[in-house]
Design a protein around this ligand. Structure first.
Ligand code: ADP
Ligand code: MG
Length: 565
């Protein structure tokens, strides 16, 4: 007779996750992980069941970013893992913590071409911080604990645990396993105090200092310290796209509206949790002063000086929250009050130009006027938005249109400019921030990558307000006359279907779907979408912009490629 201490492998996995503090798992079931998901549900863990592992894995990464603890994703082996590699890459590149769990073949069938077999540990080892097949069922809890902890200690990233079918279906005596306790807070450490002193002296001596706030600052929940730094020193700041809200966008010290000018004028930059990659033009001329001195604050030593040893003057390695507190103490009594007049004028000019564009109430609707209407509807609906944005032009135009006054209230395509994260992110946001409503500003192309996840959201009772900025194409559409004549002239690669009814996809899965062509229609639809308490898609037909030339000025390389010179 089995002892009362005996549990199934599936139950052991579920109770290990529960004991670590996991309360939600994102995924898709199939053989052999159905028992694992059901054991999680029986244990009181919410299982959000997706339609494609790619979205489930993206959701886990966003959940990790929003909560500071790994998002857990459960999938089948083989194809399930291949699809979830999207999330593994997303986690690694954005430094969001996630733990992937996947079923795998029975131990005695390994390497025999078993059902959905690939060597998942070997495949994922180079892409993760830790990837393992627990050596035995009784050692599964301790291996799981290691993977969970490794994902969010130090620089956050992805980890992987293989769950062989015979483990899941096996049974184990609990007295033979390590009891788990709730996961620890990630340890925080301070920067070397001598370098903090030098960095503070550099800031004090700067004629045009600037604080750049990256998404690492948002992730590390350092908002209280960073707000104190900005308030006490009056240093101007610039958030990266996901650093928005760490200090409220509405602050008079926010110079996002003068981004190019303020980057170009700064002689000293304090960079908090952002890498010198394409998003920050590598910190190089011509976007930056050739002689700019950068103080980099990061949890990862290897990041210091990365891509730019010329301009990085000091590296402060430590947790942003603690390092900023160190800087606040060193900068006590210092107040900056000479923001160049030209920068202030540039901010005023750009803000006025933005308002003018936003007020242009034409039909077909423009991006900017649509955003103005959506913002008014958000204010009227009195909801707390968490913004999700993707699509090249849509994300680009929406970034500055929507002010964000709280940290971690804006998710976008991120470091890899990944289209298709949107609905997975929105679902994770709805779970992680139940008092907020995800407001998704989606390009029509980007939306198409994960539209079927609307069914996940309706079934899971997670309200989302989704605005599809529909210009019938990737980047821009084509003239309506181009449709129907494909036999004579093929459509360009950027074209999507003409006036595709994305709103009906929402209706088909039990949500609300609305169409808006005019300012009045958009206003009514937006209020309804934001207040209906359901999944709602507003299909906003905007100007296809067929005449718009593709411009990648924002991507402009800072240096010429020597190979092409
Ligand atoms: P952005 O895209 O906003 O420029 P990045 O993703 O490039 O931001 O950079 C985020 C950085 O933040 C990463 O280099 C990461 O190591 C760092 N980071 C994450 N968490 C912390 C933390 N708690 N303390 C310090 N740095 C952190
Ligand atoms: Mg489009």
């Amino acid at each position: 007779m089995a002892s009362t201490n005996t549990v199934s492998g599936a139950q052991l996995i579920a109770s290990s996750l529960y004991d670590l503090g996991v309360r939600v798992v994102f995924g898709i079931v199939g053989i052999p992980v159905i028992e694992v998901a059901d054991a999680c549900i029986a244990k009181g863990i919410r299982f959000i069941s997706f339609r494609n592992e790619q979205s489930a894995s993206y959701a886990a990464t966003a959940y990790g970013y929003l909560t500071g603890k790994p998002g857990v994703c459960l999938v089948v082996g083989g194809p399930g893992v291949l699809h979830a590699i999207a999330g593994i890459g997303n986690s690694t590149h954005n430094c969001f913590p996630m733990l992937l769990l996947a079923g795998s073949s029975e131990s005695h069938q390994v390497y025999k071409g078993a059902f959905q077999e690939i060597d998942q540990v070997s495949t994922l080892a180079p892409m993760t911080k830790f990837a393992a097949r627990p050596p035995s069922l009784s050692l599964l809890p301790s291996t799981l604990e290691k993977a969970y902890r490794t994902a969010y200690f130090g620089r956050p990233g992805a980890t992987y645990i293989d769950l062989p079918a015979d483990y899941i279906q096996g049974s184990v005596d609990l007295t033979e396993t390590l009891p788990l306790k709730p996961a620890l807070q990630a340890p925080k450490f301070m920067a070397d105090s001598a370098t903090v002193k030098k960095a503070a002296a550099l800031i004090k001596g700067a004629s045009s200092p600037l604080v750049v706030i990256g998404k690492g600052a948002a992730y590390s929940q350092a908002e209280t310290a960073i707000r104190e730094l900005v308030d006490s020193t009056s240093l101007p700041f610039l958030p990266t796209p996901m650093g928005k809200g760490v200090v409220p966008d509405s602050s008079s010290l926010n110079f996002a509206a003068a981004r190019s000018a303020v980057l170009k004028s700064a002689d000293v930059i304090l960079l908090l949790g952002g890498r010198l990659n394409w998003i920050l033009h590598y910190g190089e001329a011509p976007k930056f002063r050739d002689d700019v001195k950068i103080i980099q604050v990061d949890i990862e030593s290897e990041e210091i000086g990365n891509n730019n040893t010329k301009n990085v003057e000091y590296g402060l390695v430590g947790d942003i929250d603690l390092v900023v507190k160190q800087l606040v103490a060193e900068l006590k009594g210092y107040k900056y009050s000479s923001i160049p007049k030209s920068i202030i004028a540039n901010k005023e000019k750009n803000t006025a130009a933005g308002i003018k564009k936003a007020n242009n109430a034409v039909v077909p609707l423009t991006y900017q006027h649509s955003y103005k209407i959506i913002k008014e509807a958000i204010a009227e609906a009195k909801i707390k938005p968490i913004f999700v944005s993707e699509g090249a032009n849509t994300m680009d135009t929406a970034r500055n249109a929507f002010d964000v006054d709280d940290p971690r209230r804006r998710l976008d395509a991120g470091t890899m400019a990944t289209m298709g994260v949107g609905i997975g992110y929105a679902i994770a946001a709805a779970v992680a921030c139940p008092d907020c409503l995800p407001v998704c500003i989606e390009g029509d192309s980007a939306f198409g990558f994960s539209a079927m996840e609307l069914e996940t959201a309706t079934r899971s009772d997670l309200p989302l307000a989704i605005f599809v900025m529909n210009n019938n194409g990737v980047y821009h559409g084509v003239d309506p006359e181009a449709y129907g004549t494909q036999s004579e002239k093929p459509l360009p690669s950027t074209a999507l279907g003409f006036e595709t009814r994305y709103d009906l996809i929402s209706q088909a899965v039990g949500g609300i779907g609305l169409v808006a062509r005019t300012p009045q229609e958009l206003k009514e639809a937006a209020v309804k979408a934001l207040t209906c308490g359901k999944v709602a898609v507003v299909n906003v037909f905007i100007d296809p912009g067929a005449k718009t030339k593709l411009e990648f000025g924002w991507l402009a390389s800072t240096k010429k490629n020597p190979a092409k010179a």
